[in-house]
Every structure is written in C-alpha cells, then in structure tokens.
Design a protein. Structure first.
Length: 177
C-alpha cells in the first residue's frame, strides 16, 4: 500500500518504547513515506526496551517547538511510560497533538501515548484503547475506553501494546493511503 510523497511526524522523547517507534517507522518508510522525528529532546534521544533496558539512540529531526502540524500528513505517537509521561507535561507537544487532531489528519497513538490526549482535553467523546493502566485516566477524561487490538475513531487510531503493532501499522497505512 504505497504512501509515496506523504510526510509523517513521530512525536516522542527520551524513554520511548523502541519497537513502537521502529516498527511503524519501517512500515511507513517501506511504503514510500518520509518519516520525521519531532521531539523536545535535542539533538538525540534514548529509546528504551520495556521501560527498563536502554535501546538505541535516535537523532531528532525537528524540535517540537519549531514543528508545525501543517507540514505533515499524519502523526504517530509511540508509547513508553517515560516518553508518554514526559510529553504530556510539555506544552508544545500537547499543543502539537491538539492541533493535529483538530486538522482531521490521521493521528496514531499506541500503548501509553494516549495519555497526552488527557492532558490536551482531546479524549472526551473518543472511542479508543491504550495500555491497560491508562483505562481509568482515559475514562475519567470522557473517553469510551475498550480493550481491542486497534480502534479507529475518525482520524484517531489507537492500540494497546507492542503485540498489536501489525494491526496498528495496517490501520495507519490505510488511513494515510
């Protein structure tokens, strides 16, 4: 499913779950998209494997304070507890996600990443999923939380954990195509 010419932002910071970055990125790059790492962490960020082991270090392409949602066709929010918790406290990151959702273009969030929807008052009325520990936070923010592999609600795509990456990647490619 080619998505040539599409530009996709990945919003992440230190502590991102590595496979939740690399798997969607490989799927998008393989389909012809251009992927861009947007982050408050510059010039590099440390990925993690299961929140405990250091993974690889990735170069940041664009500081989130300089990023404009209009420059991208889709947004991917990888998880990782440390990553998601840090991003939801970054005003530029929250604003970037809120504007992206309002634009109607695809936003795909996996695992702990939907936490930022709570901070940005963007979960209310949305049907979504996440890592199980976020269920009550998301329900308290007005979301219709469900335990499903992948959930598509308008332009928002969500999945629970790395075990859902195949379905997550397919839904993202479908939405972008």
């Amino acid at each position: 499913m080619p998505v040539s010419g599409k530009k996709v932002a990945f919003l992440l910071t230190k502590g991102v779950e590595q496979v939740e970055l690399t798997s969607p990125r490989q799927a998008l790059d393989g389909a012809g998209a251009t992927t861009v790492l947007v982050s408050p962490s510059t010039p590099t960020l440390q990925a993690m494997q299961d929140d405990w082991e250091h993974g690889d270090v990735f170069d940041v392409d664009v500081p989130v304070s300089d990023a404009r949602p209009d420059d991208y066709d889709a947004l991917v929010l990888p998880g990782g507890t440390l990553n998601a918790d840090s991003l939801r406290l970054d005003a530029d990151a929250v604003s970037f996600v809120r504007e992206f959702l309002a634009s109607g273009r695809p936003v795909a969030a996996i695992c702990h990443a939907p936490w930022i929807l709570v901070q940005g008052d963007s979960a209310d009325g949305r049907r979504l999923t996440s890592y199980a520990s976020l269920e009550h936070d998301l329900r308290n923010a007005g979301a219709d939380w469900v335990d499903e592999e992948v959930v598509v609600d308008g332009n928002l795509i969500t999945s629970r954990n790395p075990g859902d990456l195949d379905a997550f990647n397919r839904a993202l490619l479908d939405a972008l195509a």
